[in-house]
Design a protein around this ligand. Sequence first.
Ligand code: LLP
Length: 406
Amino acid sequence: MSLNYKSQNLLINNIPIKKVVRGNSTPFYLYSYEKIRNNFNNFSNYFKKVDPLICFSVKSNSNIFIISELGKLGSGADVVSKGELMKALKAKIKPHRIVFSGVGKTEEELLHAIKKKVLLINIESESEAILINKLSKKLNCITNIGIRINPGVDAKTMSKITTGKLDSKFGLLKSDFLKFCKNSKKYKNIKIKAISVHIGSQITSIGPYKKTLDFLLKTIKSSGISFEFVDLGGGFGIPYSKKDKIIDIKNYAKLVETFKNKLNCKIIFEPGRFIIGNTGTLISKVVFVKKSGKKYFIIIDAGMNDFMRPALYNAKHEIIPVLKSKKRINRNVEFVGPICESSDTFLKYKNFTYINEGSLVAITNVGAYGSTLSSNYNTRPLAAEIIIKKGQIKVIRKRQKISEII
Ligand code: LLP
């Protein structure tokens, strides 16, 4: 993250967070542009020799300002709905740099993508191909598609975000894929351009990726098709705490280089979390400190509607004070939100810096699947999003008004 302390005050890119809080009500998401840029450039550099098309996965963060800044840095977009496609286009990502994924795209969504002439629609069933073919025929055009394959690889990540095992709903099984390739000539209004794969998210070792590349090589050979693109998806994990493993992207890049040289194709990646995860923090205010038996509940003004990952996946995101104190609370503390569910809890500590009602805290590494997973549960308005770019504080999504929900 771009966070550090200066005389006990938490700063983001050298700007005191308490300065950002003046004039902006909590909770709000706070991003560092410089960190986003560095992450994107680092990712590009790892794969320099592969020269891929990097399509930022918009589901991880769909703020139009952020998509647009990534576009200026050279990113395309991976979208999964008409809404995301519209956002990517609004952010001035060119259609020929957009891939459309998803297991249940509707006719309306497909029609929109066909008309916009996106680079690829990655199909996940033969029914989808039939529908695209029919719609394209009506429009008198030929649509470029990719076929998502299920490689039967366990990504060794949380089960809720594993997508490449044989019992998962994603992609075509190898036998169906080969059958489809063989029979595809009958679909005159689609053109198979790519094979695509995505085995899961928050992946921290390259073993599953290696298995996937081996699988793809064999499968492509058996298909007899020379694919112009191989879309290798996303999934690159990030460390959420000091204990977490760091994925060895350098070595993965070498594997992809060898893979590409064997096939002579263009590589596409769809990273989300790796680009945006550690660039954002959620700033929240302590509403009450509630002593209950031997424990302190620190009740903050952010709830599971603002940030869902701990409730949904039991994900651990470190919480740090905006003002560090030398005093400590030497008891068990539990950070919780205001929502009437026991799952509305963020993290427990054995002790914590002294904080009080009205103190500010930062929930860290929430740039990916933070704001995009938020909701209006309990009729709570969506939090604002703010970015620091070149020393300037910029609101990139206003806090929603309750009247807008009602
Ligand atoms: N491509 C496809 C087809 C995907 O389904 C996903 C994520 C990505 C790319 C980007 O994956 P990434 O590089 O960000 O790992 N809400 C969960 C993560 C769900 C990921 C869904 N698919 C979480 O908060 O951990």
